[in-house]
Design a protein. Structure first.
Length: 270
């Protein structure tokens, strides 16, 4: 597992955006063989999405032949609700780039049969040829997507009851009222993410420091579901200095030393 420690969130976001754009360009995707991205919502990827939009507007990357699969969606709120993940993705990314609407896949939290929706989502991923790169963020308790602490590390896309910690954390988007936050969601599983050819996890800010320490310096544990990344052949964490505050000085110095060449330049776009 690679750990890239950037000075701040802005540099982290720009690096990740260039990395993703470079992978798309290198793949030279076509309608018959698209590049498949897994994408998150939440505060962590917003900076990256802004940088991706800049690259698109500068003509440095195209999403015409990119297929996306989002990690999760709340159950029971309309797609046009300002806190739905459909709205989030179109507002923060999709409406600003040239992605085709039919290439966007987001779980339907209002499906008549939610279990069927989850099963068919996994099938759509397989039909697309699997996910080339899954981008993710984490919660303060180390969960990825809505795979809350205690989730099976072999889990697949499913209906998930949200913990109070998650509901409370997300209440900031619902007028700070926990009663307004949906209590269930549809989410890809830990194994769904792990099936991707590459996984890149953004971890920023002091609030995520304890989670990063657990993920990097301790073992794989279903109470910190993103720790499963330790077992991924091409797993990468991209974090900022603040997020490393709970890690050992030696650990931080080690990863800075082995990744110093990578950190000192942006990934190639071609």
């Amino acid at each position: 597992m690679r750990i890239l420690i950037h000075e701040d969130y802005e540099k982290l976001s720009k690096w990740v955006a260039y990395y993703i754009a470079g992978k798309i360009n290198k793949a030279n995707p076509t309608p018959d063989k698209p590049y498949v991205l897994g994408l998150p919502t939440g505060s962590s990827p917003i900076g990256t999405y802004r940088e991706i939009i800049k690259l698109y507007k500068e003509g440095k990357v195209s999403f015409k032949n990119v297929v996306t699969f989002n990690m999760d969606e709340y159950v029971g709120i309309p797609e046009n609700h300002p806190e739905s993940y459909h709205f989030f993705m179109w507002h923060n990314l999709f409406s600003h780039i040239d992605i085709l609407k039919e290439n966007v896949n987001i779980l339907n939290g209002n499906a008549a049969d939610l279990e069927k929706e989850c099963h068919e989502y996994e099938e759509r991923i397989k039909k697309a040829g699997g996910i080339d790169l899954f981008l993710g963020g984490i919660g303060q308790d180390g969960h990825i997507a809505f795979n809350e602490p205690g989730s099976s590390l072999a889990s697949r896309t499913r209906i998930k009851t949200l913990t109070y910690d998650t509901v409370f954390a997300n209440s900031r988007f619902f007028d700070n009222d926990v009663d307004k936050v949906p209590k269930t969601a549809l989410t890809v599983g830990v194994a769904t993410v792990m099936d991707a050819k590459k996984v890149v996890i953004i971890i920023n800010g002091y609030k995520k420091a304890r989670a990063l320490q657990k993920i990097v310096e301790e073992g794989v544990n279903h109470m910190w579901t993103v720790s499963m990344l330790q077992l991924h052949e091409r797993g990468m964490i991209v974090c900022d200095e603040e997020a490393t505050m709970e890690m050992k000085v030696g650990t931080v110095k080690y990863f800075k030393n082995i990744e110093h060449k990578t950190l000192n330049k942006l990934p190639k776009l071609k």
